[in-house]
Design a protein. Structure first.
Length: 357
């Protein structure tokens, strides 16, 4: 008994642990025109930031070695529902070790393209979910994560950090089926940030609801691609009260038919903090897929009540051209995207509130 008590006391003195609970709640009133032949006003959610709750923890193992974990679940503020009923922690479910060598994590998590380049995109920098690219094939919106993954992230040395990631397909007799790989690096030096990343996802299901790009084998239904290969890069720079960002992604789609069309996406954004608590965001995005193209323009204003609470007014307009018959805003809401527009133009406006904890 004494030995056991001493062991517990020794272990308690040796291993210090902490758990942080965090999350985000976001809801607002949205107006969407040209939707399924009409217009709609609705309560939207997750427009500025995705709704989520998470738990992040560490345990000090000594010698600067720590056990780490993260559990994060997404949900819809407007209904309380979850986007994936089959996964409790649909955004993160990881365990690992960190130390002077960097960090190794195992489990369910986003790829390196999202972590490094996604955070330089208009959707992230300008805090507007509608600005992510059609179909989110490049995964910048963090709606697709790797299962069964192992990831190594280096320590930051001279402003540089790199990461490698591998997701097991776990299909007996076919190790490539469902296999995912990702790698990238990011460099930060004062107001400047740059990132490059690569991902290859085998047998991923994705779609362009409403685009009907039959010329490249993409209809209204989701397609299971043989592979999606994404190369991506981004830059960010802050000059006084102005923050600039740009991101570029190219996704090679390997279709079951043997066709390999490419989606190319460009973001240009600027955020001007014109007062202590107020910021105006401007954005332009261009997406191309073979002969189809989508131009997206955005303007928003964010007022901070505190570091954790903001209200916002946003407007985004998308114009489809070429072979793209319909605008496809990559919006949020209980039904996922905004739906099939009634033509090549679509406008979304939102007035909402966001709180993080």
């Amino acid at each position: 008994m004494m030995a056991a008590a001493a062991s517990c006391l020794s272990a308690g003195a040796f291993a210090q642990s902490s758990v942080t609970i965090y999350g985000s709640l976001d809801a607002g009133v949205a107006y969407i025109n040209n939707l399924n032949g009409g217009s709609v006003s609705r309560l939207d959610q997750g427009t500025m930031q995705p709704d989520r709750i998470g738990f992040r923890g560490t345990e000090d193992l000594g010698g600067n070695l720590k056990a780490i974990f993260q559990l994060e679940a997404g949900f819809y503020t407007d209904s309380g529902a979850t986007p994936n009923s089959s996964k409790l922690f649909n955004r993160y479910s990881t365990i690992g070790l960190s130390g002077d060598f960097g960090a190794v994590t195992l489990g369910h998590m986003p790829d390196v393209v999202f972590d490094y380049v996604g955070k330089l995109s208009n959707g992230f920098q300008l805090t507007n979910w509608y600005l992510f690219h059609p179909g989110n094939l490049d995964s910048l919106a963090n709606t697709y994560q790797f299962d069964n993954a192992v990831r190594y992230t280096s320590p930051t040395l001279g402003g540089f950090q790199g990461s490698l990631m591998y997701g097991f397909g776990e299909v007996a007799g076919d190790s490539s089926n469902g296999r995912n790989v990702s790698a990238g690096g990011t460099y930060t030096n004062g107001p400047f940030r740059a990132a490059l990343a690569y991902s290859k996802l085998n047998n991923r299901a994705a779609g362009f609801a409403g685009t009907f790009l039959t010329s490249v084998g993409l209809g209204n239904a989701a397609t299971v691609f043989n592979s999606l290969t994404t190369t991506a890069g981004g830059l960010g720079y802050t000059i006084g009260n102005v923050r600039l960002n740009t991101a570029y992604t190219q996704v090679k789609l390997a279709l079951p038919s043997g066709a390999t069309p490419k989606q190319k996406n460009l973001d240009l954004g600027a955020a001007w903090r014109y007062a202590t608590l107020d910021t105006i965001n401007f954005g332009y995005g261009l997406s191309k897929l073979e002969g189809a193209r989508w131009n997206t323009f955005s303007l928003s204003h964010v007022h901070e009540f505190s570091k954790r609470t903001q209200w916002y007014v946003q407007a985004a307009y998308q114009r489809a051209g070429g072979d793209a018959r319909f605008a496809v805003m990559n919006g949020t809401g209980a039904s996922g995207a905004t739906g099939v527009s009634g033509g090549q133009g679509q406008l979304v406006t939102t007035i909402g509130m966001h709180h993080s904890f």
